[in-house]
Write a protein that binds this ligand. Structure first.
Ligand SMILES: Nc1ncnc2c1ncn2[C@@H]1O[C@H](COP(=O)(O)OP(=O)(O)OP(=O)(O)O)[C@@H](O)[C@H]1O
Ligand SMILES: [Mg+2]
Length: 312
């Protein structure tokens, strides 16, 4: 166990009867990181998160938050948590609710001032006295974030915090999370299905499927690994150019196809020779080259390939 890590788990497992929902997960999340936790429905994300926050016990293995065993009071104090489906006391005002939660967490000092500042920051300043029952999904999500931050946690654990929001609401929450990470130095562990947005927030990811870790790395390493040996080009005569490249450089290319957007994809371990051949073929055919680059992979592509939905 290392207390230089914010989260560390070793073989963390959860069984519900005979069903293994989380199967020996090892996590090592650095302090200050923004870490994405992704996987399909039923992969075990929420179950893992519930073990991390100490809401349920692991069947086997262990987990630590800054060296404190998960479920201990010391570990819980370090965590701010926003659940998948936040539930509130409908009749309470946003401010009363936050003040109440702050007191439950043992926050000292001027709790009301702190709650008002937090609501202002989350653009709920006009609704401090409004009953939570009348809040929209986006407002509830923001209040959930306020509740998770009220005691200045070291670690923010968020289970799909933008799932029910429209694009504007999502952008706003993601902006707040970026600010929380940069300005408050809070470590963020976030599960989400919205990979296009997550990609611009996280610096590392864990991908799980059927309770097991399928991939774990920094975004940079993953992107490099997945764009290596992959090229895309677009020409004025894609079909003929691709046929000619294949005829000339059969052994250079291990895979090739033309996508729906009209881009030729080439997989080759010898990029230098490939570039030379491409230039020659285009000149010979009298075609025009519109685009040539290394493939830029998105988190969505990495996810699809790792999940076997697309060829690796
Ligand atoms: N209390 C429980 N009893 C029995 N099975 C459970 C329980 N909680 C979760 N499971 C099962 O464990 C598996 C993992 O569920 P979990 O909620 O962790 O998935 P998830 O990755 O969060 O999925 P989603 O993306 O849909 O939120 C699922 O098959 C689920 O049905
Ligand atoms: Mg879930």
């Amino acid at each position: 166990m290392s207390d230089s890590l914010m989260i560390e788990t070793k073989g963390m497992t959860k069984e519900f009867g005979k069903f293994v929902a989380v199967d020996g997960i090892d996590l090592r999340i650095e302090r200050g990181a923004v870490h994405g936790f992704i996987g399909p429905n039923g992969a075990g994300k929420t179950t893992t998160i519930k073990m991390l926050i100490g809401a349920i016990r692991c069947t086997r293995g262990s987990g630590y938050i800054m060296g404190q065993p998960v479920g201990s009071v010391a570990a819980k104090r370090l965590i701010g948590y926003s659940p998948e489906h936040p539930a509130f006391y409908r009749e309470m005002s946003a401010l009363d609710y936050l003040v109440y939660m702050a007191r439950v967490c043992g926050v000292a000092g001027d709790v009301e001032r702190k709650a008002i500042d937090l609501l202002d920051w989350l653009e709920l300043g006009k609704f401090t006295e409004s009953k939570v029952g009348g809040f929209s999904a986006g407002m509830k999500q923001r209040l959930g974030l306020a509740q998770a931050l009220i005691h200045d946690p070291e670690l923010l654990i968020l289970d799909e915090p933008t799932a029910n929001l429209d694009p504007t609401g999502r952008m706003s929450i993601l902006g707040k999370l970026r600010e929380t990470s940069k300005e408050r130095g809070v470590t963020i562990f976030i599960s989400s299905h919205i990979l296009g947005e997550l990609e611009h927030l996280v610096d590392s990811v864990t991908l799980i499927n059927k309770g097991r870790v399928v991939a774990e790395d920094s975004m940079q390493n993953l992107k490099e690994a997945y764009s290596k040996d992959r090229y895309v080009l677009k020409t004025s005569d894609n079909g003929a150019v691709l046929d000619a490249i294949k005829a000339r450089t059969r052994s250079l290319i291990s895979d090739s196809w033309i996508d729906e957007g009209g881009f030729i994809h080439l997989v080759s371990q010898d990029g230098v020779s490939l570039k030379r051949q491409v230039v020659e073929v285009i000149r010979e055919r009298g075609a025009l080259l519109d685009h040539f680059s290394q493939e830029e992979v998105t988190l969505e592509t990495i996810y699809r390939r790792k999940m076997g939905l697309e060829a690796e």
